[in-house]
Design a protein around this ligand. Sequence first.
Ligand code: HEM
Length: 600
Amino acid sequence: MLCSSYKLLLRRGRASTVLSSRVAFTSNNSTARLTASFSTQARDSEPSTTNESSAAGKCPFSTVTAALDLANSSIQQEKLAPTLKDVPAVPLLGVFVNAIPFIGTWLNNTFYKNPEVTPHNAYDTHYEMYKRYGTFYTTYLPGLGEGLWPKVYMIMDPEEMKKVIRQEGAYPRGGVEGLKPMAKWMKKNGFKLAGAGSDNNGFLGRGETWKKYRNFMQTDLLSPKSAAGYVPGVANAAKIASRGVPHYAQDLNTFFNYAAFDMFQSIMFGQLSKLADPNTPSDPADVEFCQLAVDSLAYLIQMSNDPKEAIKGAMGIETETYNKFESTMDRLKGIVMEKLEAFIAKYERGELDENERNSYFAHAIQRQRSEDSDIDEFELMQVALIMLNASVDTTSAFINWAMVHLSTNPDVQEKLYQELKQHVDASEDGTLSADMLTKSKSPYLHAVLRESHRMTPVYPATMFKSNSVDDIELHGVTVPKGSLVGFDPYPIGMDPDIVNEPHKFQPERWLGDEPVQKRKGTAAEVLDSVMYRDPFSQGARRCPGSRVAVNETQLILSQLVLDWKITAPTSVKSYKDVEYTMKTLLVAHLPEMTVEARVL
Ligand code: HEM
């Protein structure tokens, strides 16, 4: 769930073509120097945004200058500090000139030349934008930006993004804000989470309603201690799930959705749903829920990403996609509410077992029933529904990409196996524990996930924030209060001027202090910023499920690597041979793998 609507402009693809010329970065032999690249030289006054294109022509339908012709690119002459560039766009549809009926493609090909966006090319598109517009540009994304010109400032400098976060105020903008159809569905269903009056959009908005439910939701979930408390249950769920992998070798996408579901069920209810192990019975309602969770969010994101859908939605039109979304959510709600009611009844009868009593939901019932609580039981169930809905294909998307890299880099998989094996060999019962997964105990495991995030983030732009409090200076440009600023860390991590052999999966880049020291003072230094580290965003809206999602990912990958040697077919040599589709996030299409048992 997240930066949903942005996916628009920027989707998919392998960043197979890379450029050596770059805005904002200057090369000193092979080493690009940071000093210049991210320096923020103050300007006397706010410049108008510039489109430094060599204008193939003026579009007859707008005042916008036509897009940069790459052959005549002036990028090489770019100054040291990034100059704000402006992506050519049309009113309402923004950069999606193609979406204009009948003449859109001609118009775009002739004048605008904006990259075509498909559900399968986010990585390529993001890199292409970097190539054309550098590290600081304005783009126009309906469904994300607001109004006639849905403007979004895109930046890549972590220190500049921190300034935006500091200007967010008490009610920061959330990635979920663009999910208007979800707010509509919640209202139709009488959810208090939907907010009311001036606090419209509730949990998805930026007011007291968000704060109230966010506080309730993240308690017992987000702190390191709370998340660690769920590790034994998740480890158990992962161990059972791992048994199912040979059965799902042809359909690992389903396997990881089931595994993510199983692991989160152990957190939420302290129960073992065992969907990923076909040899144990499972509840058909759980199987149906998994599919509904994946489908409902995919429809939701599709509505935010498709400019026509976004505009129709803003006009109150219920499209075919909206209707599909609504019926999927209705069914999902039916399943979830029944499950929650059954759990509450069991709680009231005092029949929960020890694992269930220690679960997130059992604690949440206690908190909801405490004297100082301002949450009623229906609100509690709404919070749980949102969490359950967000817990399946977000986590599985993250795991999928790591599996792509492990299965195409057997040496990495072997090294990870050796690291993990020494821990389980030394343990009493051979079970993975929270202690084994710390960075100091399992540095290679952490490095594998960091490298996977660099090359194949679940979405290239990790956060969209608004400077709600005041105007702000970004790279010397005054950005008016209330602007939307997107942070796009992906391209820099894939730039061969900054990262050696960026298409090679090398966890060693993140091992120990030496690589960090080497990056210091170079353009690559930004990669060590906390802002570049993971896909969960930053600030008060950072994903509340981030810690448990990381634990789940580490546990299932570790268990799989301990139990099996998993190898991609020879036709899939690296992540570049793996297609992907934008759903809730970028979902890698996992190929059929060879699964061989390890002998412990
Ligand atoms: C690897 C898996 C996951 C990724 C990559 C991910 C990523 C994100 C991101 C980027 C955001 C937007 C943050 C922002 O607005 O700045 C977000 C929000 C959210 N995530 Fe996650 N997430 C994951 C797993 C989960 C899980 C397991 C849950 C279950 C609790 C969850 C629940 C939510 C909720 C409820 C929000 C909205 C929070 C708010 O607006 O305050 N996510 N997530």
